[in-house]
Write a protein of this length. Structure first.
Length: 234
């Protein structure tokens, strides 16, 4: 198994997914999303991962590289390859599936609990857990036709969606402590635009919350990729 990760900014990486891939002996390659000429031909067992970034799907009409990125993602979707999208990545997938991407009046940034959808819990064989997940987005979307919802939060009615070959998160289950701090350091001008009801303490790299979100993310990844067994992830 090889992960092809389209990366939009250097400080927003695959986080826990990178740790997981190493534990399972899988390759993970970062591809600069702004350089479509470097996009690789995908092989049979490749998994496409579209990461987050400060861009917006609403910039598509005037952004050539992003239009080519959409074409690449759509080709993989048509080939029924396994695809994971996180934040901006999920928004790009939603756009391809015909759903409008719109802006929140105030951004959802920080730790907030998710209400996981019953069908998602059943399909992925996980329990309902009242734990906070990390959010860092200003755009949202409706549930794309032909997909099932992952869950919702107080500000965002659709926190992701899935099919048999697509897993798209609006939130950030992959974030590490370092990754969250990088977002805070590089996108700090955006923090003032956030809805203050999301996280009263403000976005923070909380190790306990990060560990909880990874514990939630791991069985979901393994169910989606049909990987079973025990692997220790340090």
């Amino acid at each position: 198994m090889r992960f092809i990760c389209l990366q939009h900014v250097w400080y927003d990486n695959a986080g826990y997914l990178e740790e997981w891939s190493k534990a399972w002996g899988s390759e993970l390659h970062y591809i600069d999303a702004k350089k479509p000429d470097d996009y690789p031909l995908m092989k049979d067992n490749d998994v496409l991962v579209i990461l987050g970034g400060p861009m917006s799907v609403q910039e598509l009409p005037e952004t050539d590289w992003m239009q080519r990125e959409v074409d690449y993602i759509e080709k993989a979707m048509n080939e029924k390859r396994k695809i994971m999208g996180i934040c901006l990545g999920s928004q790009l997938i939603a756009h391809i599936l015909g759903t409008e991407v719109s802006s929140l009046p105030q951004y959802e940034m920080g730790w907030a609990e998710l209400n996981w959808h019953t069908s998602f819990l059943e399909d992925f064989d996980v329990d309902q857990l009242s734990i906070p997940m990390f959010h860092w987005h200003s755009d949202i979307y409706d549930l794309p036709k032909g997909t099932k919802p992952i869950g919702k939060s107080e500000l965002t009615p659709v926190q992701g969606f899935y099919t048999d070959h697509i897993l798209a998160f609006q939130f950030h289950p992959e974030m590490t402590v370092e990754g969250i701090q990088n977002l805070i350091d590089h996108d700090d001008q955006e923090i003032e635009k956030r809805d203050k009801t999301v996280d009263m303490e403000g976005p923070r790299a909380d190790p306990g919350y990060v560990e909880q979100s990874h514990n939630r993310f791991q069985p979901i990844i393994e169910k989606f990729l049909n990987v079973h067994g025990e692997k220790k992830i340090d």
